[in-house]
Write a protein that binds this ligand. Structure first.
Ligand code: DN4
Ligand code: BGC
Ligand code: ZN
Ligand code: ZN
Length: 360
């Protein structure tokens, strides 16, 4: 039995409350308390009742929300973890399909899996909980500090680039010297996932641009400048892009915006869909769009979630970027809230890149 305070919602109806909960029967050989938990587009979607696939755990009429978390080990009977270790709990838990059974529940083939804080499993925004060691990834480089909370959103980015690599290997995607130098990548959106995507696109060698349909704050512009990324405010530059795009990654989920950039894709171009917004207005794909996609070998791929390997690689990227750009990169966390604050789930703070709850 475990009584503690937690952020709870009712899925899929929504709402958010910070209150005492009494969760029984959860097992695990490691006791954890959160250090930081992040809030993302998915959490806000659940809270406003816009994610119909979200549901409460069986025998509960509520769901503890939260899937982005950096935790401290309090007690452990696992030989892999000791008190004081910092860990990231894995979001998605496998079902019984072949992909789940080989450790790739991110590619689950029948939907019979669970996600902590999202689908049928309590999440991490609570004062304490238990986990099994096999659901935890240890932070080896503690110098990344608060950036550790970005491991979960970053793991999605690493997985999507795995998709990019698979697709791009079908043709000579690089330039004459076998690099991506000179190839153009556009990341649509300027939230946390978009920034992490743009950092990785830049790392791969792309000439990288991030876009939104309004200006962004000074700290976001500084982030672009530090990482060598361009920003385009499309309300001021409606003719962007002047040249065809090689890779487009969408975090907006807006069909109209996606179609606009799909039409700008180059030969062998790749469009990765990541953002979701079931409430966005519909748009129409034309016969000319189909011709363009076919004749230019364009690939459109969706990417969701990630596996353990991507959490580990995500930590490596965060460690590297912290060493190279730490003073600027720390500003990716734009606000810290105390446990109990609920408005951040319903209202995006102005200039937000990532908002977090600081538990200790
Ligand atoms: P976010 O911070 O809400 O990012 C969405 C970004 O898209 C914001 O910067 C939006 O700007 C921007 N945006 C919205 N509409 C447009 C538009 N028409 N043109 C340009 N930019 C636009 O959320 P996040 O970074 O946490 O996550 C990004 C998206 O990915 C969300 O839809 C999540 O649900 C989804 N997601 C998917 C996975 C997965 O597939 C994982 C995590 C998140 P503004 O509206 O704020 O000004 O595994
Ligand atoms: C999480 C993913 C999850 C997805 C579900 C995201 O916010 O990062 O792990 O699969 O939501 O839509
Ligand atoms: Zn998320
Ligand atoms: Zn499965």
């Amino acid at each position: 039995m475990s009584e503690c305070k937690a952020y709870v919602t009712k899925a899929p109806e929504g709402g958010i409350e910070y209150r005492s909960v009494n969760i029984t029967g959860e097992e695990g050989n490691v006791s954890l308390k959160p250090v930081l938990t992040g809030i993302c587009g998915t959490d806000r979607g659940i809270v406003r009742g816009a994610l119909p696939f979200s549901y409460d755990p069986s025998n509960y009429d509520y769901l503890v929300i939260g899937h982005e978390s950096m935790c401290e080990v309090v007690e452990s009977s696992s030989s892999e973890f000791s008190p004081g270790d910092l860990v990231i709990p894995i979001v998605r838990r496998p079902g019984h399909c072949p992909n789940c059974l080989i450790g790739r529940p991110d590619n689950c083939s029948d939907g019979d899996k669970h996600e902590a804080g999202i689908t049928g499993l309590h999440g991490f925004m609570r004062e304490q909980f238990q986990e099994f060691d096999f659901n935890l990834v240890k932070i080896q480089d503690k110098s990344i500090g608060d950036l550790g909370v970005l491991t979960e959103p970053m793991k999605n980015v690493v997985k999507a680039f795995e998709v990019f690599e698979r697709v791009s290997s079908r043709s000579i995607f690089g330039n004459g010297i076998s690099t991506l130098e000179g190839k153009t990548a556009l990341v649509v959106g300027t939230g946390c996932e978009a920034f992490l995507y743009s950092f990785l696109a830049k790392d791969y060698g792309f000439d990288t641009t991030i876009s939104n349909r309004h200006p962004i704050e000074k700290n976001s512009l500084e982030m672009c400048s530090e990482f060598g990324i361009k920003f385009v405010d499309t309300s001021k530059d409606p003719d962007f892009p002047a040249k065809p795009l090689d890779l487009v990654i969408d975090t907006s989920g807006d069909p109209g915006t996606i179609l606009k950039y799909l039409r700008k894709l180059n030969y062998n171009g790749i469009l990765i869909l990541f953002g979701t917004n079931g409430r966005a207005p519909d748009v129409e794909l034309t016969g000319n769009d189909i011709d363009h996609i076919v004749e230019k070998n364009i690939t459109i791929a969706g990417s969701v979630d990630a596996a353990r390997i991507h959490y580990i690689k995500a930590l490596d990227y965060l460690s590297k970027w912290n060493r190279m750009h730490g003073d600027t990169m720390k500003n990716i966390i734009t606000s810290y809230f105390k446990p109990g604050e609920t408005s951040v789930f319903t209202q995006k703070p102005a200039g937000e890149i990532k908002s977090v709850i600081k538990w200790q």
